[in-house]
Design a protein. Structure first.
Length: 439
């Protein structure tokens, strides 16, 4: 007599036989979709980035004896962080975020095949949050294609690959939610971003955002910590401009457009005949500047830059800084009841204008001396005069950047364009103090 278990087994076998037997190997061709193809095509070019940074431990204070003998103020400890990146050239060029590698004393790149390589920083730009790294390999490395972001469509499918929370080769997909997005975080304004609902978490920073062709159309960079389904990526066209600057010069050269803008009040907008809630008005055009050569006039309303709306003056300034010298950008301009398309090509900031900028904006004339910039003259009635700056004072830092030589002073000054004030560290005799001046 057969046991119940045996009868159950025979029944199961009969059912399987009637159903055609156990299912064959899954039909992968049927399940292969565009996301799978993108991942298989591009994931070998996505890398994991680990960094080390030496920081002072906050848990140890010096004793009076240690202070007398000059002992190190605090113990050093190694702080580790992680992020993602993408190879865009078989020679080992990697694109990632500036904030992923900022302050790192060592950068380790782990390739998709498991190899770990030391990376060299070719250049990094904090304003645009882009960094270019280089690794060396005897064999050509897998590389993704850096595509274009100029033809993105709202709602099109995108794929993000990275290492969120250290989980390498993590894939998420979604759609393009918006383009030309501006948002504020950590006291800074970030402009001209791709917004996506593809899940982006800590560790995804620096990884690629891809279209269904497998082209890199953005570099993932930020999330809203309090929101779900909202992530941001730097557009590929902007990444390409910054990468070319960093590769050639190691930094983004300050560029000059030669115009000043101000926000549009409702009253001013009505006077100009502008009935929209976005845009800025041109308040000044410098003679001989790229703006003048492009045909921009005082009183023009700048409505769009690079195909997306300009929200306010801060938005315009920050986005203009994303175009290095010789990189042209289009502007939609409203004038006398009609709109017209103009193109501006910024150039390197003329050194001779720096002195005028310092005198007109800060009320100072300076010269290099002893690892700082010495104040030669103070313009009467200027903000510098009102706070008590005097000839002989030494400007040691500008916006926390050392200004030991004219080139560093010029770079810090030009980086401050578009801000409302600058912070100076001034030394007078044995004492140092901070001074904030309107800019």
């Amino acid at each position: 007599m057969k046991t119940p278990l045996t009868r159950w087994s025979l029944s199961l076998a009969l059912l399987l036989a009637l159903a055609g037997g156990p299912p064959a190997h899954a039909d992968q061709a049927r399940r292969r979709n565009e996301v799978v193809e993108v991942v298989q095509k591009v994931s070998p070019a996505v890398v994991f980035i680990g960094t080390e940074q030496e920081v002072e431990s906050p848990f140890r204070r010096r004793s009076p004896i240690e202070e007398f003998f000059g002992a190190p103020p605090q113990q050093q400890r190694t702080q580790q962080s992680l992020g993602s990146g993408v190879l865009v050239d078989p020679n080992g060029t990697i694109i990632t975020n500036d904030h992923v590698i900022r302050g790192a004393s060592a950068i380790h790149v782990i390739l998709a095949d498991g190899r770990e390589l030391e990376a060299e920083v070719i250049g990094s730009d904090a304003n645009n949050d882009v960094a270019v790294l280089k690794v060396s390999s005897k064999q050509p490395l897998p590389a993704a294609k850096l595509g274009t972001s100029s033809d993105l469509m709202i709602g099109e499918t995108v794929v993000a690959i990275g290492s969120p929370f250290g989980l390498s080769k993590t894939v998420t997909s979604g759609v393009v939610s918006a383009t030309g997005r501006t948002f504020k975080a950590d006291g800074r304004t970030y402009n001209d971003f791709i917004q996506t609902d593809a899940a982006i978490n800590p560790g995804n920073s620096g990884g690629p955002l891809l279209n269904v062709d497998g082209d890199v159309i953005g570099i993932n960079t930020a999330i809203f910590a309090s929101a779900q389904g909202i992530g941001f990526a730097i557009p590929a066209d902007k990444v390409r401009r910054i990468m070319e600057e960093l590769t050639r010069f190691g930094k983004v050269r300050p560029a000059w457009v030669g115009l000043e803008v101000q926000n549009l009040s409702p009253r001013l907008a009505r006077q100009l005949g502008w009935d929209r809630t976005y845009g800025v008005v041109v308040s000044e055009v410098e003679p001989g500047s790229p703006a003048e050569q492009a045909g921009i006039r005082r009183g023009d309303v700048l409505a769009e830059m690079g195909g997306s709306r300009i929200s306010d003056a801060e938005d315009y300034v920050t986005r203009a800084q994303g175009y290095p010298a010789r990189a042209a950008f289009p502007l939609a301009v409203f004038r006398e009841g009609g709109q017209r398309a103009l193109q501006v090509t910024p150039v390197e900031f003329p050194p001779q204008l720096v002195e005028a900028l310092v005198w007109n904006r800060l009320g100072l004339r300076v010269k290099p001396t002893r690892g700082a910039m010495a104040v030669q003259a103070v313009r009467p009635g200027s903000a510098a005069d009102e706070v008590g700056l005097e000839p002989g004072d030494l400007v040691v830092r500008l916006n926390n950047q050392p200004v030991a030589e004219p080139a560093a002073f010029q770079e810090a000054l030009l980086s401050a364009r578009g801000t409302r004030s600058v912070l100076l560290l001034v030394r007078r005799g044995r004492y140092g103090y901070h001074v904030t001046l309107p800019f």
